[in-house]
Design a protein around this ligand. Sequence first.
Ligand code: HXC
Length: 516
Amino acid sequence: MEKSKIEELRQKRAQLYAGGGEKAMNRQREAGKMLARERLALLFDSETFQETDLFVQHRCVHFGMAQKEMPADGVVTGSGLIDGRPVYAVSQDFTVAGGSVGESNARKIHKIMDDALKTGDPFIFINDGGGARIQEGIDSLSGYGGIFYRNVLLSGVVPQISIIAGPCAGGAAYSPALTDFIIQVRHAGQLFITGPQVIKEVTGENISAEQLGGVESHAYYSGVVHFVAESDEDALLITKRLLSFLPSNNVEDPPYIEALASEAIVDDESLNEVIPDNPRLPYDMHDIIVRLVDNADFLEIQEHFAPNILIGFGRLLGRTIGIIANQPLQKAGVLDINSSDKASRFIRFCNAFNIPLLTLVDVPGFMPGVDQEYSGIIRHGAKMLFAYAAATVPKLTVVCRKAYGGAFLAMCSKEMGADRLFAWPSAEIAVMGAEGAVNILYRKEIQAAENAAETRKKVIDEYRTEFANPYSAAARGYIDDIIEPSQTRAILSSALEILKAKRVLRPEKKHGLIPL
Ligand code: HXC
């Protein structure tokens, strides 16, 4: 072949790799952001990322676009290996037309998503763009439609992770919303449907872009974001750590780490000390979780949103588990609307990807209140019941302390399909707490008593003796065993080993109707 042909190819490539040019690249760096290809190079195992469609060009002729060069049409797409496993990725190039999505740009993304579906490998979308490319009008909208449609096709087949590393505005925010996990970079990442200007015009509210769509908004209040990253590098590390717990698709099991499986389990006496003597005192549920999982390695998800429930991944003797646990430090661990939504979605993710569930229970009940009722706690709380009952993965439940009323059922009781339900001696399993129960059962007696306070205390003590223990439930077979906290890790590991081959047959249907 003529040498000039190779030279021509090299030149063309170099031109395209230069993206939006020196000035735009500097601007990106000054904003504290990595370039699109730099992000991918850091995310994938060294030299494994293969870019596709580098030479694709836009076909827009409006607004002087016909003369405009748009290297790679503003998006880098391809596949490679992360920790030796194939993964597909899209990285928007903000230096080219602000990373906006037009017809050809979207086609590149569609191709990658179709490939991820074909080979059953995770899909990662690094967002850093201005949304639909305005000059391309309806073609841009159509392009986004194709992305959303494929997000839905991929849902439950391969894990999908979105990184918000720059702007992600307008309808564009709905692609991340359709994926399984969103990682937002503090300050750089901003996510909203309508920006500050539109809000001011429509509702008169004044708000900055950061206040509206920054991490404070989404990690704490809206619950849209699952992880907060401090930088691009941090976001990529979180992505890799998250992937390490997940299977590549819904027909594989999660990665099994054999080195962890061979570690001897010793009783952890400190677990016997975590629950305070006084049942009214809170404690930190993290203290239990880190003692149960391998190497105290717990990847917490949505740490700041609805903190009265904890969710995240850990491992038991090398096998990934999904953990759902009430957090007595926050609102006494009560179940409310947000915590129900948070946990239900996670349960469904784990079930879709063959990840066994470990539920740790210390729940005083559902949150009482007019606001909760008006906002539909019935509908939202029902999601927990639905998600647990529908889940066919192995389900292990440990009642650490309070397990009251419907909230106990919603935390995967035996009836909701728990395969193993263990209780600690500190467990209190009853239809409701002692204080509430005696007000209903003994109201007249307390009112008529000479010393109401003393009578109330007496009946509360009686109720607690009768119900505030795990023995009544065990006597009826509602729990499988009462165990010493120190032995919990060993007992759960053995149970999981036995249950790993669990198969459940359910009636065929299109899909159930989880209350949304
Ligand atoms: C075309 C765009 C663009 C867009 C940015 N650019 N957004 N070009 N379509 N949507 C271009 C700019 O013209 C500029 O080009 C370059 O990208 C960098 O943008 P700047 O504004 O200079 O950068 P910055 O100040 O950092 O602001 C970034 C931004 C802002 C916040 C993203 O550009 C912005 O608000 N863009 C519009 C966002 C938007 O409303 N998108 C459409 C939403 S509707 P030059 O040539 O000057 O470098 C939507 C519908 C989705 O997305 C449909 C799915 C249902």
